[in-house]
Design a binder for this molecule. Structure first.
Ligand SMILES: NC(=O)c1ccc[n+]([C@@H]2O[C@H](COP(=O)([O-])OP(=O)(O)OC[C@H]3O[C@@H](n4cnc5c(N)ncnc54)[C@H](OP(=O)(O)O)[C@@H]3O)[C@@H](O)[C@H]2O)c1
Length: 312
């Protein structure tokens, strides 16, 4: 049996359950491409799944990591539009093995060409967080030029893409982060920064058209106050209760990111035209995926963490 190096879990638990080991090469389905992974993005869903989130839908042993940049090495007979040798990036389905590995099989319909201006580490930082922000702002909130948007955790993986998309769309952007991140927030397009450790955002933000929440909990609950009537809050964590938001004449929505090659293509255009840039806090080698998880679980990463698998 052909094998590859991968980081897998054989049981759910803390970062120590991640094992760097030999794993079987992925099986290729008719509509799949086999990708040689150059880099894998790290996202909070990786450690949540490692801890047991959605375990009824997962199969052990499991390779974590659902953000990929790499090169197509093989394609199934049903694949058209992509060629062996293409440099690609993708956020594949989380219900298959992930990308903390030398190879991953991915449905071709989930794969887009990599932005040319990014290297593989940078490209791997984009798909999951970028698609989440895109689907929240444009598919759900239908953000318009001139609207005011409050973006929570604006320096985080999802937040820093949301800020750049909102700025590009011509919105007035208000962002929360601790003070150490405010220069960074201004550099990516935030018009008004709020230090959540010193100021209650609801004391200073009023009549927002859109709130994008990636914190949940009491941040989500308090955020209804800042929305104007008819405004919408999209949350990556909370599902609005039936009737709750409507009673306030406000709208609530939940984003659960979906693979989308067409949207990755649009994001690549924004990146290559200089409107959007991924921020990377740290790059780890595949063997140190455990350390990458310990860092992302602090909840205070600026931008993204990436696992570099190979450089050639
Ligand atoms: N539903 C979906 O499809 C979906 C998709 C992607 C992500 N998510 C979820 O969304 C959440 C965020 O993901 P992410 O990748 O953006 O996480 P992340 O990169 O780990 O977020 C870290 C950021 O959060 C900021 N932060 C921490 N506490 C804060 C607070 N009280 N107020 C404002 N900012 C705060 C930190 O800024 P400071 O260092 O300045 O504190 C840091 O920059 C996670 O729970 C993730 O699982 C859901």
């Amino acid at each position: 049996m052909a094998t590859m190096k991968a980081v897998r879990i054989h049981s759910y638990g803390g970062p120590e359950v991640m094992v760097y080991e030999d794993a079987p090469m992925p099986a290729l389905h008719n509509d799949d491409v086999l990708i040689k992974v150059f880099a894998a993005g790290v996202n909070p869903v990786d450690w949540k799944i490692r801890q047991g989130y959605m375990q009824d839908k997962m199969t052990l042993p499991l390779i974590l990591g659902w953000d990929v940049a790499g090169v197509i090495k093989e394609k199934g007979p049903g694949v058209s539009g992509l060629e062996i040798g293409d440099s690609i990036y993708t956020r594949p389905s989380i219900f298959r093995n992930g990308a903390y590995a030398e190879y991953i099989a991915v449905k071709a319909s989930e794969v887009a060409l990599k932005p040319e201006s990014l290297d593989y580490n940078q490209a791997a930082a984009v798909p999951l967080a970028g698609l989440t922000a895109w689907q929240a702002l444009f598919d759900l909130a239908h953000l318009q030029t001139g609207q005011k948007i409050l973006i929570h955790a604006a320096a985080g993986g999802v937040g820093h893409f949301a800020v750049q998309f909102a700025k590009w769309a011509g919105a007035h952007v208000v962002g929360t982060a601790s003070a150490r991140n405010h220069d960074f927030l201004r550099s990516i397009g935030v018009h008004e920064t709020i230090d959540y450790t010193a100021t209650l955002f609801e004391d200073v933000v009023h009549d927002a058209d859109v709130v994008f929440d990636t914190m949940g909990g009491e941040v989500w609950e308090r955020s209804w106050k800042v929305l104007k009537k008819g405004g919408i809050m999209v949350s990556a964590l909370r599902v609005p209760q039936e009737g709750g938001a409507e009673a306030l004449n406000k709208l609530g929505a939940h984003v659960f990111v979906q693979p989308d090659a067409a949207q990755l293509g649009e994001i690549a255009v924004l990146i290559d035209s200089g409107h959007v840039r991924p921020e990377i806090e740290q790059i780890f080698p595949l063997q140190e995926a455990e350390q990458a998880h310990r860092l992302i679980q602090t909840g205070h990463v600026r931008g993204k963490i990436v696992i570099n698998v190979t450089s050639s």
